[in-house]
Design a protein around this ligand. Structure first.
Ligand SMILES: CC(C)(COP(=O)(O)OP(=O)(O)OC[C@H]1O[C@@H](n2cnc3c(N)ncnc32)[C@H](O)[C@@H]1OP(=O)(O)O)[C@@H](O)C(=O)NCCC(=O)NCCS
Length: 175
């Protein structure tokens, strides 16, 4: 069986993560769970930002500590997905954003990979001593809703997001 692992970002994955992001641009797909990769000019700046996200003292008041991981297939060391885990919730995250964001590269979808990646991400949440995790998705994002449901997500409610002009589903996963 092909094995997967979550890997903390390092310099050696620079080409691979650039290739990952390029695929989203090529397929005009939404990108999630990258720790804001698309907002940075270069990989080193983003690496610094990802490291800073872990250091409480450098986090602005409205930001919370977070961990970003590459979801890597061991057989070919390819980045298949990315996942971002917020260690706690602020007002916005509790309402809309949730604890976790993720994506799977377009050419590797529908293989159960996001379901597995979220499962591995929930393991990281257990290590952070979280007892329950909020995961949200747009109501129209049926694939993501299924990923959450298959990881025992319990729908609390649906809200209308004024920021995204979308109906958002809020699921809790009890760890
Ligand atoms: C959402 C996303 C992570 C799913 O990744 P994935 O690896 O394809 O997910 P999985 O293969 O684990 O499961 C997807 C499920 O949705 C189903 N699915 C996929 N596309 C679908 C669609 N358009 N309509 C209905 N169901 C769909 C699959 O059949 C599968 O369900 P099944 O196991 O019951 O067959 C991926 O599409 C993605 O990265 N999207 C862009 C970013 C994003 O939306 N992130 C989530 C933000 S909340």
């Amino acid at each position: 069986m092909t094995e997967f692992t979550l890997i903390y970002p390092s310099k050696e994955y620079e080409c691979k993560v650039n290739d990952y992001i390029e695929e989203f641009l090529k397929y005009k797909s939404e990108i999630n769970g990258t720790g804001g990769f698309n907002r940075y000019d270069n990989y080193d700046e983003w690496l610094q930002k990802v490291k800073g996200d872990l250091e409480l003292q450098s986090i602005f008041e409205d930001r919370v500590p977070a961990s970003t991981y590459f979801f890597v297939r061991k057989s070919d060391d390819r980045i298949i997905g990315m996942i971002n885990i917020r260690h706690r919730l602020n007002e916005f995250l509790l309402k809309e954003g949730g604890h976790i964001g993720y994506s799977v590269r377009p050419t590797e979808r529908n293989n159960g990979y996001a379901t597995l990646m979220l499962r591995l991400g929930l393991q990281k949440c257990r290590e952070l001593n979280l007892e329950k995790v909020l995961v949200t998705c747009d109501k129209i994002n049926i694939a993501s809703a299924k990923v959450i449901q298959k990881n025992n997500g319990i729908l609390e409610n649906e809200i209308f997001s004024k920021i995204f002009s979308e109906v958002i589903q809020r699921y809790w996963i009890y760890l």
